[in-house]
Design a protein around this ligand. Structure first.
Ligand code: SAM
Length: 450
């Protein structure tokens, strides 16, 4: 494999030494901290990084220089965008999933929400609930296109959910309405017969009891009160300094990147989907349908086909996906993978090799776009995990570094953030079966435009 040029680390770089002596370049890359941090905690999302991580990247690579534009092309629920905007940087993001984009946009607009209007709407929702709690039917329909193996909500819960959604749709203030929708999306699985494990599974399938009844409106009100408290926190945090301007496009980055001018971005901080087939589109089907962001499988398809690297379920059906660039070691890895378990047809090595080739072709498109939009001297920080497919370890971070070099970017370093991360069932099962001794880790690939 072409070796990655590792530049000497800059002294300003925040270095923590872990107990085992392994170096972690940045502060707390895990999303765990976001589960309790104000604003970031509004909507749980998989495989991101924390606001504190973004802070340390901003301090290292922008060091207060303003104005500066920060980009996240795979923005998720907006950790990079909101944290950078709080610190006064202008931000732009792209996110293909409408539910995640709704969350990121709601956070960016939160400072402009009138808390008195929000308070009144929460009170009105609780009052409204008194009138229908005794059993009156909601008169609203569940989203027709949404199918689930077992009833998604038990009947009592479903009636409450429909009443709550009908109330939300009647709210006049658009920003408040979007906060309510985001809150509903954030809590809806908690009172459903499904659970995130981390993929969406039925509760009985995960050994958990069905939820026959729940207080939907109380759960929603609690979430909204948390959000309200965080808006106050945001006001204190922002007081005395001007938050940056923010823009999020609910678009596929590969078609949306043309919105960005050449050399306009000072810093990119992102975590693209990992090569682990975590199915963002399927796992957010409840929110996508119930919040009426899509209404049919046709609406879901562009999210699946346009997802970075597509999904294994799509790539495996293709004849032979070839790499669109040259990389000898990756070609060897793919050839080895392709030959594994031929008796399984597209479910064996062939399907996984197709998936990996699609993924790295998108890495190449992504790095070409990054080279174009970064200004000279601008930095890109890409947080990514390695992968184990059919027992074959794929050093995603090194290959991304190589592609960056091929695209003319300088690789400042590949910094190990975590030596162990919890794997998803597909990659981890091959480890459990003893097929591979490799473990899943996570790194930041740091590239710079000369
Ligand atoms: C690992 S997550 C990013 C999480 C983010 N760092 C956060 O903290 O919320 C990757 C995101 O990329 C989005 N995505 C996948 N393909 C995309 C594409 N082609 N354009 C834009 N977004 C995409 C997924 O929907 C997912 O939200």
């Amino acid at each position: 494999m072409p070796t990655v040029e590792v530049m000497p680390k800059r002294p300003a770089f925040p270095i923590n030494l872990q107990a085992n002596g392994n170096e972690a370049a940045f502060k707390d890359p895990a999303f765990m901290e976001n589960r309790t941090a104000p604003v970031h905690r509004w909507v749980p999302w998989i495989a991101g990084f924390s606001g504190a991580f973004v802070d340390s990247v901003l301090a290292t690579y922008l060091d207060g220089r303003k104005p500066a534009l920060v980009l996240d092309p795979f923005a998720g629920v907006g950790t990079t965008l909101i944290q950078s905007a709080i610190r006064g940087y202008d931000v732009v993001g792209f996110e293909i999933n409408p539910y995640a984009a709704l969350a990121a946009e709601g956070k960016l607009k939160a400072l402009r929400v009138k808390t008195e209007t929000l308070d009144k709407a929460i009170e009105r929702m609780l009052l409204d609930a008194r009138s229908w709690r005794n059993g009156r039917s909601a008169g609203e329909m569940a989203p027709e296109g949404f199918q689930s193996r077992i009833p998604f909500f038990s009947p009592k819960v479903k009636n409450q959910a429909l009443h709550a959604l009908a109330f939300i749709s009647r709210l006049d203030d658009e920003r408040v309405r979007d906060l309510f929708r985001m809150a509903f999306g954030s809590v809806m699985v908690s009172f459903s017969n499904y659970t995130y494990e981390p993929s969406l599974s039925s509760r009985p399938g995960a050994g958990k009891p069905l939820i026959e009844d729940a207080d939907v409106v109380a759960t929603l009100a609690e979430k909204l009160r948390q959000m309200r408290a965080d808006i106050e926190w945001l006001r204190c945090e922002a007081s005395g300094r001007k938050p940056g301007r923010g823009q999020i496009y609910n678009e596929n980055f590969f078609s949306g990147e043309k919105r960005l001018e050449n050399g306009s971005v000072n810093l990119m901080v992102t975590s693209p989907p990992y090569l682990n087939n975590y199915h963002y589109a399927r796992n957010t089907r409840p929110q996508l349908y119930w919040l009426r962001l899509i209404s049919s499988p046709e609406g879901q398809r562009p999210l699946e086909e346009g997802n970075f690297g597509t999904f294994w379920q799509i790539a495996r059906e293709k004849d032979h996906v070839s790499l669109r660039f040259e990389h000898r070691e990756l070609e060897q890895i793919l050839a080895r993978l392709r030959k594994l378990n031929p008796e399984k047809g597209q479910y064996g090595g062939r399907g996984w090799a197709n998936y990996a080739a699609s993924y790295f072709n998108d890495c190449d498109r992504f790095l070409a776009a990054l080279k174009r939009v970064l200004r000279r001297g601008g930095t890109g920080v890409i947080v990514v995990g390695n992968s184990i497919l059919q027992g074959v370890n794929i050093p995603v971070q090194d290959i991304i570094g190589d592609i960056g070099k091929m695209r003319g970017l300088l690789v400042e370093g590949i910094y190990r953030l975590r030596n162990k991360r919890v794997g998803d069932s597909i990659t981890a099962s091959s480890v459990r079966m003893g097929a591979s001794k490799a473990t899943l880790d996570e790194s930041a690939v740091v590239v710079r435009k000369r």
